[in-house]
Ligand binder design. Structure first.
Ligand code: TRP
Length: 499
């Protein structure tokens, strides 16, 4: 990301901004989280809510974040503070979400490093039994969350390598991410198309694809499903993290907004849908071979992409080369997301403690990120991951989304913001946007979150034990409490506010 300077840093061009925003959106969320959540919620049942949420919530919020940063010419905290001082805690919350997400994001990248090395073996070490390879060799998964097992040495080393790579990206204040994305963007599309062609010609693939796209209207009344769609849209578009507000702030005040938001959303969704076709095609094939229903092929959702993609790769000619290229690609599309998540944290820390040197902040954040990630490298790592991902993305992320819409919609004024957006964009947005920001989003998100809260109180999430649920609640209550304190305690004016 571009460094904050006295004179606000700028993207080199409008196109670079667009590429950087796409680079932030496109990541493991598309290749790994999207297929896994879709599978968890029954394939075709998930797709319709996902697309509806994308249009009614994702794109309006994306426009809001670009516009907010561009209008205020400040990152998340500064922008919120400019509207109302009490809301700077919201920027802290967003930064906290960035931190938690990157802690496990880096672990998933670590998995792909292990696959990268595995690609050098012939035959591929996972051919035939991809899920077993993932559970036993990569994760060394234990039987349940109570059984922590031990740290997987390979994963710890991989995680350290990932964090070192992230540190160097952040430390150098990578100015060229926009340019890097020009290469790293088309590559996953091309690879996925190749894998797609392989996948659909497998026996049983069509059954898998049917499972993926055939809508199941009976589940549309499930609040949990809709909330999962919201979390996934937020996660995938990188909204609610404060990062895109900072990206918008590096644009000149008078640059078009609306079309960029649509392009980012389209590219991001296109990649997710394509990844879904590959994964579900392979899943159908695996169901046929193992003679089990599609629902039972993979036992835990987060394993899905790491069972399906390796399987498809091992069935290609020149499997080793394709695997290597594929996992290198995963690593690269992950790393630009990972370091922009870290920047989401460091910017806030620097804003608060301006005297600490920039590299030191990067070092501390990366170090704590690495140490926090160690929990995911234990035998019970995948279970911890499941819990933390659930609590953080269904509550904190969504909470940031709600408050942000209230702040802009009611405190700043949706109409005022829309007038600004329309005054700079060639593609105009209508009053529907005000309605979304002021009413639809806060209300629907609020109701769904409340419903999820009741569900989670009634029955512990996924049946994990109470102490594990307590960790989940703790991780969301603590930062919420701090953000509220920041809102209601008198604070000394921060130097950044006067910038
Ligand atoms: N959108 C990214 C993905 O789909 C993940 C992500 C979430 C992200 N929030 C972010 C990336 C903030 C950069 C900045 O993989």
């Amino acid at each position: 990301m571009v460094k904050l300077a006295e004179q606000r840093a700028r993207w080199d061009s409008r196109l670079i901004f667009l590429f950087a925003a796409i680079g932030s959106a496109v990541g493991l969320g598309n290749l790994w989280r999207f297929p896994y959540i879709t599978y968890k919620f029954g394939g075709g049942a998930f797709l319709i809510p996902y697309l509806i949420i994308l249009l009614a919530i994702g794109i309006p919020v994306l426009i809001l974040e670009f516009a907010l940063g561009q209008k205020m010419q400040q990152g998340a905290i500064g922008s919120f503070r400019k509207i109302n001082r009490r809301f700077s805690g919201l920027g802290f919350l967003a930064a906290f979400v960035c931190f938690v997400v990157v802690a496990y994001y880096a672990v998933v990248m670590g998995w792909s490093l292990i696959y990268m090395l595995g690609s050098l073996h012939a035959p591929l070490p996972w051919s035939g039994e991809p899920e077993k390879f993932f559970a036993n060799n990569v994760l060394q998964r234990s039987a349940g969350i109570g059984d922590i097992g031990s740290l997987s040495v390979a994963l710890v080393v991989a995680l350290a390598a990932v964090w070192i790579a992230i540190f160097f990206c952040v430390f150098r204040g990578v100015k060229s991410i926009g340019k890097a994305v020009m290469v790293s963007m088309p590559l996953p599309f091309i690879l996925l198309v190749i894998l797609f062609l392989r996948a659909i010609t497998l026996d049983g693939a069509l059954a898998g694809i049917a499972y993926y796209i055939r809508p199941d209207f009976s589940l549309l009344l499930s609040g949990e499903l809709w909330l999962a769609a919201i979390s996934q849209v937020f996660f995938s578009l990188s909204i609610g993290f404060g990062v895109l507000i900072a990206y918008g702030s590096f644009n000149p005040l008078r640059q078009g907004i609306t079309r960029n938001a649509f392009v980012v959303a389209l590219a991001d969704t296109g990649l997710s849908l394509l990844a879904g076709f590959v994964v579900f095609g392979v899943l159908g094939h695996m169901a046929l071979v193992q003679n089990v229903p599609i629902e039972d092929v993979v036992k835990s959702g987060p394993s899905l992409a790491f069972a399906a993609f390796p399987q498809a790769l091992s069935l290609l000619p020149l499997a080793g080369i394709f695997s290597l290229v594929f996992f290198v690609t995963i690593f690269f599309i992950g790393i630009d997301s990972a370091f922009s998540l870290v920047e989401g944290v460091t910017t806030v820390v620097r804003d608060r403690w301006r005297r600490i040197a920039v590299p030191l902040v990067a070092f501390i954040v990366c170090g704590i990120g690495f140490i926090s990630g160690l929990i995911f490298t234990t035998g019970a790592g995948l279970y911890f991951f499941d819990i933390i991902d659930h609590y953080v993305n269904s509550y904190l992320l969504v909470a940031v989304g709600i408050v942000q819409c209230i702040l802009v919609g009611w405190v700043y004024g949706a109409e005022k913001m829309r007038n600004y957006i329309n005054s700079v964009s060639r593609m105009k947005i209508g009053r529907w946007w005000d309605v979304c920001i002021r009413w639809v989003i806060p209300l629907s998100l609020g109701i769904l979150m409340a419903m999820q809260f009741i569900t989670d109180i009634r029955a512990p999430y996924e049946g994990y034990p109470q102490w594990a649920q307590a960790i989940g609640w703790g991780i969301i209550i603590l930062p919420l409490a701090i953000a509220l304190l920041m809102a209601f305690l008198p604070s000394r004016p921060s130097p950044a506010a006067q910038r």
